[in-house]
Design a protein around this ligand. Structure first.
Ligand code: PLP
Length: 364
């Protein structure tokens, strides 16, 4: 087992909040223990707060962010349904693959990587799709898309359509108001701005989506009807579905308690300030940003690797000499872009200064 400590400044996982680490090591409880149920309920309340939703069906799914993506489509898509997917990076493309596997007729709206989602193009793609899906914070490119604008325009144009938002890299790091934005289904992951280890997929499903849900999804594990009976209980109490990962839920609850104590707005401001410092520092070093101006995520910065610099060697030296992990680019940008995350516990000016200082040394 490695005991090496790393400073995780890549696209995730990030270093957990100390509170999340303490929650992980608390004495284990049974998954139906009343004390654990209270922890689970507090975690679900915390998720509602950071997401800005009153959805009763809000819960951490067992699995990483991708299980949230699976659950979103498994519970909303019937074979032959039209699903419009905005693709401006790797995770939009993954949504197309997942929705197709549940029988969707996917209408893919491709964008140049590094650009945000174009609301008009997405809505023009089909007059009345069953689902429109987009990524709020595209981790592969460092771009934020305006989900509020997408939701408002969609409600005006096609009120019956459900809106699915991928919030894996935004939840816990940005102000969010899912209900006001008109988002029906959203999912996230614990390992980014929420400041917890990877392993859970926060998930939320609106009443509107519930009324239109697939009654018996093809994947038993992701059936929200069955999962809801465990999380919300019923006349006969909570029905066993699967053994909840109790330690991870306790860790998530501790992180959410820490985030809400600091204040969701203050946490978002901390992410903005750390990202601003990092992006300014990189510009002072002459590094060019990859993501389009005005749409850059503070929590995940993407820059072009300078010409004549070996991207892999720089990342290797940061890791071995300074214990700092940063990320490579994705796909065709694997060797030409770096991704530097300041998420959750790492969203601090000292982390920004640290990675800037180490990069300066390595590039010297
Ligand atoms: N969506 C986005 C935007 C992501 O960044 C990620 C992971 O980085 C995922 C989905 C998939 O999450 P996971 O790798 O936790 O399964």
């Amino acid at each position: 087992m490695s005991l090496t400590e790393r400073i995780l400044l890549g696209p995730g996982p990030s270093n957990p909040y100390p509170e999340a680490t303490a929650g992980l090591s608390a004495p284990l409880l049974g998954h139906l223990d009343p004390e654990f149920i209270r922890i689970l309920e507090r975690a679900c309340d915390g998720l509602r707060t950071v997401w800005g939703t009153a959805n009763p069906l809000t819960l951490p799914l067992s699995g990483t962010g991708s299980i949230g993506m699976e659950a979103a489509f498994a519970n909303t898509v019937r074979p032959g349904d039209v699903v419009v997917v905005a693709v401006n990076g790797l995770f939009g493309a993954r949504m197309c693959d997942v929705a197709t596997r549940y029988g969707a007729e996917v209408v893919r709206v491709d964008h140049t990587w590094g650009e945000p989602v174009d609301v008009e193009r997405v809505l023009d793609a089909h007059p009345a799709p069953a689902v429109v899906a987009a990524v709020h914070a595209e981790t592969s490119t460092g771009v934020e898309s305006d989900i509020a604008a997408l939701g408002a325009a969609l409600r005006a144009r096609s009120p019956e359509t459900l809106l699915v938002a991928d919030c894996v890299t935004s939840l816990g790091g940005m102000e969010m108001a899912l209900d006001a934005w008109g988002v029906d289904v959203a999912y996230s992951g614990t390992q980014k701005c929420l400041g917890v280890a990877p392993g859970l997929a926060p998930f939320t499903f609106s009443e509107r989506a519930w009324r239109r849900r697939v009654a018996s999804p093809p994947v038993w594990y992701l059936d929200l009807g069955l999962l809801g009976a465990y999380v919300r209980g019923g006349p006969g109490g909570r029905a066993y579905h699967h053994t909840a990962p109790v330690a991870m839920v306790a860790s998530l609850e501790s992180a959410l308690e820490r985030i809400t104590r600091e204040g969701v707005d203050a946490v978002a401001e901390r992410h903005r300030e750390a990202g601003r410092r990092l992006q300014e520092g990189l510009a002072e070093m002459g590094l060019e940003p990859f993501a389009a101006e005005g749409h850059r995520l503070p929590q995940l910065t993407t820059v072009w690797v300078p010409e004549d610099v070996d991207s892999v060697k720089v990342r290797e030296r940061l890791l071995t000499e300074y214990g700092i992990e940063i990320g490579a680019g994705v796909g065709e940008y694997a060797s030409t872009v770096w991704r530097i995350g300041l998420m959750g516990h790492n969203a601090r000016p000292d982390r920004a200064e640290l990675v800037l200082a180490a990069l300066r040394r390595v590039l010297d």
